[in-house]
Design a protein around this ligand. Structure first.
Ligand SMILES: NC(=O)C1=CN([C@@H]2O[C@H](COP(=O)(O)OP(=O)(O)OC[C@H]3O[C@@H](n4cnc5c(N)ncnc54)[C@H](OP(=O)(O)O)[C@@H]3O)[C@@H](O)[C@H]2O)C=CC1
Ligand SMILES: CC(=O)N[C@@H](CCC(=O)OP(=O)(O)O)C(=O)O
Length: 343
C-alpha cells in the first residue's frame, strides 16, 4: 500500500487521477490540492465523485504533503510544476509529474519551446514515463515525467518501425487530431462551445511544442536522425486523440511483415492493441488506457500508421497510474482494467 497526494486535483487530469486512484487497491489518497477551491469537498466541484470519494481540497503545503505521502502526482501547468517538484524530491518523496517540465533531456530544447528552466539539476535525473519503451528506468525512478498526449500516440506508433529500420526516419508526417479536453479545464475563447462544436481546425502547424518532444525521444532511443512534420487539429469531441502518420519504407515489405513487427515489439505490453484488419476509431479507446495501433500499405513503398488513445487516460492520468504500478512493483494493469465506453 502506498500513500499518495495529488497536486492540482481540480484540473481534468487531476480529476481523472482522483477517479482512478480512489479505486486502486494499493493506493491511499492522503491529500488533494487546489488553490481556487481550497476548503471545499472534491465532490462539490466534481459531483460524479459523490459517495465514491470524499476529501477536502487543501491549498498546497509541502510540509503537510511530505508528512503524509510517499509519492506525489503533480498535475499542474508547465512552469508551475518545476517550482514545486524540487521541494518534494528533496523531502524524499517520489514524483510523477504530468507537465512538460521534466520531459526533455535537453535543457536548451525545453527553454527553446517553453521558458527558462527553474530546476535544471533535475532534468537529467527525470525519467520519461512511456512504459512500453522505458519500463526499466521507470521502475527505479524518483522523478517520472509523464509524456504529452500527442507524443504518447506518436512515439508508440512510429518507434517500432524506426527502430527496426523499416521506414525512413527523416521523412515522416504526423497528422494528429485531439478532443478539446486536451487543452485542460481552464476556459478560453478558442475553447468556447460555439468555437469548437461543429467545427474542425488545424493549429500551430509546424510549430507545436510536441514536435520537439517527439523528435527528442525518437532520436534518443533509435540513435537515428529523425525529421518530421507534426500537424495538430482540434476535433469537436471531448476526449480522444487519433493520429495518422505517413512514412516511406526503406525497401518493399509486405503489410504482414509490418503488422508482425508491431506484434513482436509490443508482445508483452498490456495496453497496446494491434488491429490487423480494421481502421481505428476513437470510440474503441475512450474511457480506457489502451493505445490502439494499425498499419496499412499504400502502393509499394508508402505506409500509413494510425494510433488512437484517450488523452485523459493513456495520454495522461492512466499512463501516470501505469507508471506508479511499474515503479512500485504492482501489476501493470492494477487499477486500469477499464474497457472503452464505445459510445
Ligand atoms: N488535458 C490533457 O489531455 C493533458 C494534460 N497534460 C498536462 O497535465 C497538466 C495538467 O493538465 P490539465 O489537467 O489538463 O490542466 P487544467 O487546466 O485542467 O488543470 C490545472 C490544475 O492546476 C492547478 N493550478 C493552476 N495554476 C496553478 C498554480 N499557479 N498553482 C497551483 N495550482 C495551479 C489548477 O488548480 P486550481 O485552479 O483549482 O487552483 C488545476 O487543478 C498540464 O501540464 C498539461 O499540459 C498532459 C497530457 C494530457
Ligand atoms: C487540444 C489541445 O490543446 N491539446 C494540447 C496538448 C495537451 C497535452 O497533452 O500536452 P501537454 O501535457 O504537453 O500540455 C495542446 O495542443 O497544447
Amino acid at each position: 500500500m502506498i500513500n499518495v497526494s495529488i497536486i492540482g486535483a481540480t484540473g481534468y487530469t487531476g480529476m481523472e487521477l482522483v477517479r482512478l486512484l480512489a479505486a486502486h487497491p494499493e493506493v491511499k489518497i492522503q491529500q488533494i490540492t487546489s488553490e481556487s477551491f481550497a476548503g471545499r469537498e472534491i465532490a462539490e466541484i466534481y459531483p460524479h465523485l459523490k459517495d465514491k470519494f470524499k476529501m477536502e481540497l487543501k491549498s498546497i503545503n509541502i510540509a503537510d504533503i511530505t508528512s503524509k505521502s510517499e509519492l506525489v502526482f503533480t498535475a499542474l501547468p508547465h512552469g508551475i510544476s518545476m517550482e514545486i517538484v524540487p521541494e518534494l524530491i528533496n523531502s524524499g518523496l517520489k514524483v510523477i509529474d504530468l507537465s512538460a517540465d521534466f520531459r526533455y533531456q535537453s535543457q536548451a530544447l525545453y527553454e527553446n519551446w517553453y521558458q527558462q528552466h527553474l530546476s535544471p539539476e533535475l532534468i537529467t535525473e527525470a525519467v520519461y514515463g512511456l512504459p512500453e519503451i522505458n519500463q526499466k528506468a521507470i521502475s527505479t525512478a524518483r522523478l517520472i515525467a509523464n509524456p504529452g498526449c500527442y507524443p504518447t500516440a506518436s512515439i508508440l506508433a512510429l518507434y517500432p518501425l524506426i527502430k527496426e529500420g523499416l521506414i525512413s526516419p527523416d521523412n515522416l508526417i504526423i497528422d494528429a487530431k485531439s478532443g478539446v479536453s486536451g487543452a485542460g479545464r481552464k476556459p478560453s475563447q478558442q475553447l468556447h462551445f460555439c468555437e469548437t462544436a461543429e467545427n474542425f481546425k488545424a493549429y500551430k502547424v509546424g510549430e507545436h511544442r510536441h514536435q520537439s518532444e517527439i523528435i527528442e525521444k525518437l532520436v534518443g532511443w533509435s540513435g537515428k536522425e529523425v525529421d518530421l512534420i507534426f500537424t495538430p487539429h482540434l476535433l469537436p469531441v471531448k476526449r480522444g486523440i487519433l493520429i495518422t502518420c505517413y512514412a516511406i519504407l526503406e525497401e518493399e515489405r509486405l503489410r504482414f511483415d509490418l503488422i508482425k513487427t508491431y506484434q513482436k515489439f509490443y508482445s508483452q505490453k498490456e495496453f497496446i492493441r494491434i488491429f490487423e484488419d480494421k481502421e481505428l476509431e476513437l470510440k474503441y479507446v475512450t474511457g480506457s488506457n489502451y493505445c490502439d495501433i494499425t498499419v496499412k500499405k499504400v502502393g509499394p513503398k508508402k505506409v500509413v500508421i494510425m494510433a488512437a488513445i484517450d488523452n485523459l487516460i493513456k495520454g495522461s492520468a492512466g499512463q501516470a497510474v501505469q507508471n506508479l504500478n511499474l515503479n512500485q512493483g504492482y501489476p501493470e494493469k492494477m487499477g486500469l482494467e477499464l474497457t472503452g465506453r464505445y459510445i
